[in-house]
Design a protein around this ligand. Structure first.
Ligand code: PXL
Length: 285
């Protein structure tokens, strides 16, 4: 059993929900106490917006973490996402080491790109560093763009075969993590979801929902946060992955129906009560 608490190491993009503005409410809904270690402060996320402000917090990361340590902070999980600079990768490794105990779950979401391309603030060196960071994780949750970078294989937009998904997941676990989850998994054009693999059992599971056309910003963060919530509430990996897929799907349907600008972020708030209920049920077991 993990303590239901988390050190969340992500940027905060003030407008256009993603990273911390998604992770904190989703984790709270899961009953997880979340502490924020911001890697950068942006006016908006970098996907589809131009002219955003960008305050790099590299020099603050270790002082924040050391202060937390000095006041006796401890966490059931360390959850990392979008990083602000290449230098932060080594620092995040140090922070993970600072808070790791045998009862800590380390989830690295190697946020760095989508649709075959790196985000504008990411350099190839940072992408290599992200691959290194994944080695020290218990769980990794990349999309196919990120997994391709990490494994050094060409990116394919899909659909994929089950055999290919298994190879990618096994490749990710071969780097070090016990569990790997791949978002954007699909076997055809009709459904989309995630595939998960546990190296301890050798089992792969696919969770798929009807595909809603288009791209929805912030859904990777929504997925990884709900996945972590599920694992901390005692769900097995396939169940946590299934709940995260369902939560993201509900949100995507609501976002699409709203007609809102998709850069502004996923409309997840109305589905937090559902997520809370599912997590509370899992926690009772
Ligand atoms: O959702 C991933 C993400 C997180 N943080 C920032 C981003 C993005 C994706 O574009 O730009 C700043």
């Amino acid at each position: 059993m993990y303590k239901k608490s988390c050190a969340a190491v992500h940027d905060i993009s003030g407008f256009g929900k993603c990273s911390l503005t998604v992770a904190l409410p989703v984790l709270s809904a899961c009953g997880v106490e979340a502490s924020a270690l911001p890697t950068a402060v942006l006016s908006t996320h970098t996907g589809g917006f131009t002219g955003f402000t960008y305050r790099d917090l590299t020099d603050d990361l270790l002082p924040i973490a050391r202060h937390w340590k000095s006041v006796g902070a401890g966490f059931g999980s360390v959850y990392t996402g979008f990083l602000g600079s290449g230098k932060q990768i080594g620092m995040v490794e140090e922070i993970i080491a600072m808070f790791r105990t045998p009862q800590t779950l380390v989830l690295v979401d190697p946020v760095m790109g989508d649709d075959g391309k790196l985000y504008s603030t990411y350099t190839p060196e940072m992408a290599d560093g992200m691959a290194r960071l994944c080695r020290g994780a218990d769980v990794v949750a990349p999309n196919m763009t990120e997994a391709s970078h990490i494994l050094g294989i060409p990116y394919h937009p899909g659909p994929y075969t089950e055999g290919f998904l298994r190879e990618v997941l096994q490749g990710l676990c071969a780097l070090g993590p016990t569990m790997a989850v791949l978002t954007g998994a699909c076997l055809d054009d009709k459904q989309l979801g995630a595939a998960c693999y546990d190296a301890r059992t050798g089992e792969m599971h696919l969770s798929l929902k009807e595909r809603v056309p288009g791209y929805f910003h912030g859904t990777g963060d929504l997925f990884a946060s709900a996945l972590l919530g599920g694992l901390l509430c005692g769900m097995a990996l396939p169940q946590a992955c299934g709940v995260a897929v369902e939560f993201v799907h509900k949100t995507i349907v609501t976002t699409a129906q709203s007609g809102a600008d998709r850069r502004f972020g996923p409309k997840f708030e109305g589905h937090l009560a559902w997520l809370s209920q599912v997590m509370a049920e899992a926690s009772k077991k």
